[in-house]
Design a protein around this ligand. Sequence first.
Ligand SMILES: Cc1cc2nc3c(=O)[nH]c(=O)nc-3n(C[C@H](O)[C@H](O)[C@H](O)COP(=O)(O)OP(=O)(O)OC[C@H]3O[C@@H](n4cnc5c(N)ncnc54)[C@H](O)[C@@H]3O)c2cc1C
Length: 379
Amino acid sequence: MAARYLQNEHHIFRDAFRKFLEKEAYPFYNDWERNGIIPRSFWMKMGENGFLCPWVSEKYGGFETDFGYSVVINEELERVGASMIGISLHSDIVVPYLHAYGTEEQKQKWLPKCISGETITAIAMTEPGAGSDLAGVKTSAVKKGDHYIVNGEKTFITNGIHADLVVVVCKTNLKEKHKGISLLAIEKDTPGFSRGRKLDKVGLHAQDTAELIFEDAIVPAENLIGVEGKGFYYLMQQLQQERLIVAISAQVAAETMLKLTLKYVKEREAFGRTISKFQHVQFRLAEMATEIEIGRTFLDDLIEQHMAGKDVVTKVSMAKWWLTDMAKKVAAECMHLHGGYGYMEEYEIARRYRDTPVSAIYAGTNEIMKTIIVKNLGL
Ligand SMILES: Cc1cc2nc3c(=O)[nH]c(=O)nc-3n(C[C@H](O)[C@H](O)[C@H](O)COP(=O)(O)OP(=O)(O)OC[C@H]3O[C@@H](n4cnc5c(N)ncnc54)[C@H](O)[C@@H]3O)c2cc1C
């Protein structure tokens, strides 16, 4: 049954987007994985067709669509492959910071190009020495006249190679922890800003994850997002949607892997019958189908609440850890049910097996999700 938050328009949109991906993404995805990057030309095609940040206000070139459209886009991108997460990150994780806290001038300047695909965005929180402990970041931004001088290093940054505009989490007051954090939008040609290595990852091969380096980078003071010292508060506001996006991708990955495996077990024969006839195989599939159905029900309910503007931080934390953990287990099980072929790159399950575990790590590890749940249990 289709989710309650999806209307007829969403279904029509899904069909159109799927057709677009069948022409522009599916045939090329393996090449992108081999090349380690999704070409800019694809981002531009996404933009030309209105598939980037469609929720943005009309006055900046968006369509003011509801979050249901973002869900459809994220789901269909994940069906192509998990490396497409960088596009979701741009549309539904980074651009929301500019839209929510940016000045009118900043929005006029940046949002139209984020929608067209000319500007690709990233968010740089993590540093070599600070990931989960976000308030421990050391990248500094010292105000000098009408500029900030930024020094520091970021790592594991999604879209790090492509990014034209990076929302950088930095300290404008090094003596403070949370209250010293601010967000600066740093543009690609900023003097003192360079890219480090494109990181060689276990999975998500088409995703350009990179290091970013700031050495006395000179950033105009007008690139501050919102108010100095409020960065941590902004992050806490927006992380609900970021984690929800990761949960959506994990759910779709699990559904995709089950589908691949159901097809495989009905074709593969052993001991004179298809392996789907063995009760052990059937029970494993029944167990996975049950968990996936539970996940979908919980997720759809959560999306509906998020769309209604409810504060669902605790439930999103639950969904993020539970669904990504479930997807990880499904990945391992589905690969196993493919036998030796599951370990071969020519079978999609092998790629999915490599791609899935990171969802339990990024956007806040699953342990961090549990600390949030614990706090909200009043412990
Ligand atoms: C492919 C990829 C893409 C990424 N994209 C981005 C991006 O675009 N932008 C960005 O800023 N970051 C990004 N990250 C970074 C990611 O968010 C961090 O890796 C993650 O938050 C964990 O931080 P860490 O790697 O420093 O691990 P650590 O914080 O060192 O954690 C190591 C282990 O200790 C556990 N741990 C830490 N603290 C606690 C605690 N209090 N209680 C219990 N256990 C704990 C963790 O759960 C983990 O298992 C990306 C990472 C990857 C792998």
